[in-house]
Design a binder for this molecule. Structure first.
Ligand SMILES: NC(=O)c1ccc[n+]([C@@H]2O[C@H](COP(=O)([O-])OP(=O)(O)OC[C@H]3O[C@@H](n4cnc5c(N)ncnc54)[C@H](OP(=O)(O)O)[C@@H]3O)[C@@H](O)[C@H]2O)c1
Length: 278
């Protein structure tokens, strides 16, 4: 599954939306990105997100805060962005330094500006089947599954991982699409036999080449959300390839879809906030 090509299509459609918003309001949609500390990988991700924003004609407001930032200082900045009518979406880059209460900082984002789908309110809405702004990686995966006409109705879906940004919202979205969903984690017994039942497997573990080829049922759709050191995914790609009917590569699969989803959801947030019909 070519996530890179599909992400470009999403961004092209998003650029058209941004143009409509600009013409109807005379204003430019804006994503605020907040980076706390100096982790090089996080800095690169934030830079990439800013660049993609500008490529579709939106503004990116880059907020950088020092490594020693306190929870109170970060919350004050998040509230300022929440109250700024010119900011349509807010992204707090994960992870933040250990002294900061990340959950509290996420919760300072109003659900209407939660374009990264990280708040308890956003996740709660997702489980209730109210789809507003999904957590970007699973929402990008859903766009991929739909673009490739994967039948989710009644399908056995196995999600490996239960993090609040990936495994849990992924399970909710698959459930909302009428899949029968199993969520696996580090305490799951006999993971291989659970994965062998799956028509759709989503690996979100954070361990290189973790999912083995012989765990994959013939004809299964394999989504590798992992991104480990050296551009390696969570699935042993070469071993899974002959078994899978569709599979995402790393890189070039899920990763580009995540950023495209974030940018697209920011345009949608701007349209909702400024009453523009898209
Ligand atoms: N492409 C993208 O845009 C994108 C975005 C976000 C994340 N990612 C990648 O996705 C992967 C997962 O990210 P994350 O933030 O969800 O990671 P995370 O918070 O570390 O969660 C990992 C999950 O995997 C489970 N797990 C760990 N070892 C396991 C085992 N032996 N068997 C079964 N489950 C196991 C953990 O279970 P417990 O809950 O029991 O500990 C946990 O639920 C990482 O490679 C990350 O880099 C990619």
């Amino acid at each position: 599954m070519d996530g890179k090509a599909l992400a470009q299509q999403v961004l092209d459609r998003c650029a058209a939306k941004v143009e409509i918003i600009k013409q109807s309001t005379g204003r430019t949609p804006c994503l605020a990105t907040v980076l706390v500390g100096s982790d090089p990988a996080s800095a690169t991700y934030v830079k990439m997100k800013g660049k993609r924003c500008e490529a579709v004609g939106m503004t990116s407001l880059r907020v950088e805060m020092p490594q020693e930032t306190t929870t109170e200082q970060l919350m004050a900045k998040m509230r300022e962005l929440a109250d700024d009518d010119g900011v349509n979406g807010i992204l707090l880059q994960h992870p933040v330094p250990s002294q900061v209460d990340e959950r509290a900082a996420f919760e300072a984002i109003p659900v209407s500006k939660d374009v990264d789908g990280v708040t308890a309110g956003g996740l709660g809405e997702m489980w209730l089947g109210i789809e507003r702004f999904g957590s970007c990686t699973p929402a990008g995966i859903m766009t991929l599954l739909r673009a490739y006409d994967v039948n989710m109705n009644g399908a056995e879906a196995v999600v490996i991982g239960r993090s609040p940004i990936l495994g849990k919202p992924m399970a909710a979205m698959l459930l909302n699409a009428n899949a029968t969903v199993t969520i696996c984690h580090s305490r799951t017994k006999d993971l291989a036999s659970v994965v062998k039942r799956a028509d759709i497997v989503v690996a979100a573990v954070g361990k290189a080449n973790f999912v083995q080829g012989d765990w994959i049922k013939d004809g299964a759709v394999v989504i590798d959300a992992g991104y480990n050191a050296g551009n390696v995914g969570d699935v042993d790609f070469d071993a899974a390839l002959p078994k899978a009917s569709l599979i995402t590569p790393v890189p070039g699969g899920v990763g580009p879809m995540t950023i495209a989803t974030l940018i697209d959801q920011t345009a949608d947030a701007a349209a909702l906030q400024w009453n523009v019909q898209l």
